[in-house]
Design a protein around this ligand. Structure first.
Ligand code: GLN
Length: 226
């Protein structure tokens, strides 16, 4: 990636909250698009990040570790100011009114979230989704997924369960400004369209040209080449 003067621009740095959960798959997806993925465990890790991914996992454990790691205040500041993508447990952290949490969620999104609303682990499922922002159909992977119950007026539905017809299926993804929350797991598919959309359209980042990114996400710059 070169800037107007022809110099190589630095790779955007995007964090993945790495307290617990499906961190590595998100990192791999980000790196495949030429972004530098940064594990966020302590507050200083947030410095200089262009955006943050909050992975799926177990929201109760994540919130416990947020409190014990003294991350609540720095994360609240980051999430208010910068783009974030929350999947599943990450979506629970971004919304409001999820039951059974050890401390309040961050309430960045005006959406009430019902945890484990499709049933237990054994009720996890795949379903086709309607996601117009990424060109239509998208594969949805749901693992002990939450449901979005009470979506506030300023919140846009960006993904729905496909009902095979009128595009008015149940909401499973929302966006409000620079914050996106999904009930499903794009990191468990090989389909990078969702990340590309989030990074470019929501976070406003410029990604390296695809031909300069190797399979492991390196660019000539990150390999140390001239
Ligand atoms: N059921 C989990 C929770 O409540 C979320 C599951 C997931 O992230 N896949 O945190």
């Amino acid at each position: 990636m070169h800037d107007a003067a022809g110099a190589e621009a630095p790779r955007p740095r995007v964090g993945v909250l790495a307290l617990q959960g499906d961190v590595a798959r998100h990192e791999a997806a980000l790196e495949a698009l030429g972004v530098e993925a940064v594990r966020v465990v302590t507050a200083p890790d947030l410095e200089g990040l262009a955006a943050l991914v909050l992975p799926g996992g177990e929201s109760t454990t994540m919130l416990t570790l947020v409190e014990s790691g003294e991350l609540r205040e720095p994360l609240t500041r980051f999430l208010s100011a910068k783009p974030a993508l929350g999947t599943c447990a990450g979506a629970i952290l971004l919304g409001r009114e999820a039951g059974g949490l050890p401390s309040p969620a961050f309430e960045i999104l005006d959406v009430a979230i019902e945890r484990n609303a499709y049933g237990r682990q054994i009720d996890s499922f795949h379903a086709e989704l309607d996601v117009p922002a990424v060109g239509g159909r998208f594969p949805g992977v749901f693992i002990r997924a939450p449901r979005m119950r009470d979506i506030g007026p300023g919140v846009e539905v960006i993904a729905r369960l496909s009902n095979g017809g009128d595009g008015a299926g149940e909401p499973v993804g929302v966006r409000s400004g620079h914050t996106v929350a999904l009930c499903f797991h794009p990191e468990l598919t090989a389909d990078l369209r969702f990340y590309r959309w989030f990074l470019t359209e929501v976070a406003g980042l410029r990604l390296p040209a695809p031909e300069t990114v190797t399979a492991d996400g390196e660019t000539p710059r990150s390999r140390g080449a001239a």
